[in-house]
Design a protein around this ligand. Structure first.
Ligand code: GLY
Length: 345
């Protein structure tokens, strides 16, 4: 088992190891007692909720559970309000705990409920997808979507503990696993040639515990340096300007990781000396590397995203693997950048 300690506005441990799911009761009892509400989704509940419930009750917790439908549609004000009402009805207090058992949607939704109920109560993340393990469960970004766009209502609220159990990935559908691989590749391109080399050699058979730990260490470093996303943390948006545009243009039918894969490849073709290696690696993981949308359409959708600041937009430029920088460009240049990165224009 590996432990990564995050020292942000709150200090907490991220534990990574197979079998950790069944230790949630013991782990939580080191930092909390009282009531717990486990929030999960309808895919994860039949697989893992029973084990979590058992471990928590054996450790003496009073446990409530709630399940939302699977998918991005649950990252919505309706589910957020329902959960707040439920938590209030069960009379949870500031000494009680919410647990997010699921992927990014459940983590972001539960985190925002925890951030706002009683102006903030403790929450724990048990990510069940690769994407949630390496990215969304660590760092305290919580949110729901609004009609105007993704993640537009939210808060920074750090978890008190994150338990990553790679054996949970065994039940993940292959396309969901691949989608998580896009964020893993993104981390390698941003910071880590050695990680990239391992992924290139092993592709989908990479060493899960080692890779997840390495990605979390990088995420920890970024979050500790820039918890509130004013500078360096924006590096984690590599591939996301175009990625978010593709998600919006396809009405969120394209999984986030697939859209990020395309975004990383377009920006790599536009800027990176290692563009061939990067695109080949995404391809080797079975991820898409190009978009059928035109540069004009992609730029238009990207510019309605919240990362635009007045007349400029900050993009992440992957000069080489392990060497990426933030660059602010005039919004009028974005279409040209995307055009260079597409293969069909
Ligand atoms: N998922 C990007 C971040 O945590 O900043």
């Amino acid at each position: 088992m590996n432990t990564v300690t995050v020292q942000a506005s709150k200090t907490y441990e991220v534990k990574i190891g197979s079998g950790l799911l069944d230790t949630i009761g013991q782990e939580l009892s080191r930092i909390a007692k009282g009531k717990v509400m486990v929030i999960t989704d309808e895919t994860v509940a039949p697989l893992y909720l029973g084990r979590v419930y058992r471990s928590l009750t054996q450790a003496g917790f009073t446990v409530y559970t709630s399940s939302v439908p699977s998918g991005e549609g649950s990252k919505d004000l309706k589910y957020y309000v329902n959960l707040l009402e439920l938590v209030a009805e069960k009379q949870l207090t500031r000494s009680d705990t919410l647990i997010a058992l699921g992927g990014g949607v459940v983590g972001d939704l539960t985190g925002f409920v925890a951030a706002s109920y009683l102006r903030g109560i403790r929450f724990v993340q048990i990510p069940t997808t690769l994407l949630a393990m390496v990215d969304s469960s660590v760092g305290g970004k919580t949110a729901v979507n609004l009609r105007a766009g993704k993640n537009l209502a939210g808060a920074f609220h750090q978890p008190s503990l994150v338990l990553c159990d790679p054996s949970l990935l065994d039940t993940l559908e292959e396309d969901v696993f691949r989608a998580g691989c896009a964020e893993v590749l993104k981390t390698a391109i941003l910071f880590d040639r050695e990680l990239f080399a391992h992924l290139r050699e092993k592709t989908l058979n990479f060493d899960r515990e080692w890779v997840i730990t390495r990605c979390i260490q990088w995420k920890r470093d970024i979050v500790c340096a820039d918890e509130f996303d004013r500078g360096q943390r924006q590096l984690l948006n590599l591939g996301h300007t175009v990625g978010h545009a593709i998600e919006a243009l396809t009405e969120y039918d394209t999984p986030h990781g697939y859209a990020v894969a395309v975004g990383c490849c377009i920006i790599a073709r536009a800027f990176s000396q290692d563009q061939e290696e990067i695109v080949d690696c995404f391809r080797a993981f079975g991820l898409p590397t190009d978009s059928y949308f035109s540069a004009k359409v992609l730029a238009g959708a990207a510019l309605s995203d919240k990362k635009r600041q007045g007349d400029t937009i900050t993009i992440v430029v992957p000069t080489a693997i392990g060497d990426c920088k933030l660059r602010s460009i005039p919004i009028s240049e974005l279409e040209t950048v995307i055009k260079v990165g597409l293969t069909h224009e």
